[in-house]
Design a protein around this ligand. Structure first.
Ligand code: OGA
Ligand code: MN
Length: 230
């Protein structure tokens, strides 16, 4: 069972860590996506938001506080036995501990079936274990692209305990970016180009500002489902 964690450690590409959006003037923040949860996605320009919009989703209130509690009850004991890791200078994730799980209790399994049926193409074979990533309040995820060797076209994650900001930056053009506000209890889905051609990162607390508004980043746990490469 250590295998997947090792695989996931290798999915991160240090080469792209330095790509940060530049010139984020307020006029560049006009790319609101009108058709969905508009307040949750902003980008470097409206065209990008329109174009990438269908491949990026944030569904607020996807789980209830009780369902979050069910996950915490299943996960907290195991997580508490691990220590947050801070010291990997070249790692993609800073201040985290993680685990993976195949078998879930009924409440969590119910939520996960909802994620699977809502996020993945029908019949798409999924990675068996669900990945759980626990970020300390000071933790963050640097820009990376998940391994195309081990993970397929779709990544779907639940956010527990804290709001956060996920930033997507085009791999070959740092001027093209989207910020997603991931509220606690929400589900995000990245597909296709958004998953393959853009790095994603979770901002650290000090940088956690969405569309001009401060979004305090507390300890955050994500529950991530992935499919297998086609
Ligand atoms: C990852 C990752 C995002 C999240 O583990 O590869 O990008 O929501 N996680 O925790
Ligand atoms: Mn990732």
């Amino acid at each position: 069972m250590k295998l997947l964690l090792n695989v996931l450690k290798r999915i991160h590409k240090p080469a792209v860590y330095s790509s940060q959006p530049r010139c984020r003037s307020s006029s560049a923040r006009s790319g609101l996506l009108p058709l969905r949860d508009e307040a949750l996605i902003v980008g470097s320009n409206p065209e990008l938001v329109q174009r990438l919009g269908p491949q990026v989703e944030v569904r607020t209130g996807f789980i209830t506080e009780e369902e979050e509690g069910a996950f915490m009850q299943e996960l907290e004991l195991g997580l508490k036995k691990k220590r947050y890791e801070f010291d990997h200078w070249d790692g993609a994730i800073h201040g985290y501990r993680e685990t993976e799980r195949v078998m879930w209790g009924e409440r969590c399994e119910e939520v996960l079936s909802r994620v699977r049926s809502g996020a993945f193409p029908e019949g798409s074979p999924l990675l068996g274990p669900v990945h759980i990533l626990d970020l300390d309040k000071t933790g963050y995820i640097k820009p990376h692209i998940d391994s195309v060797k081990f993970c397929g076209s779709t990544i779907a994650g639940l956010s527990l305990l804290s709001d956060s900001i996920m930033r997507l930056v085009k791999e070959d053009d740092a001027e093209e970016w989207l910020d997603l506000l991931l509220p606690r209890f929400s589900l995000y889905i990245l597909r296709d180009q958004a998953r393959y051609n853009f790095t994603h990162q979770i901002l650290k607390d000090e940088e956690s500002v969405f569309n001009g508004q401060r979004v305090p980043r507390l300890r955050r746990i994500s529950v991530i489902c992935r499919n297998l490469p086609g």
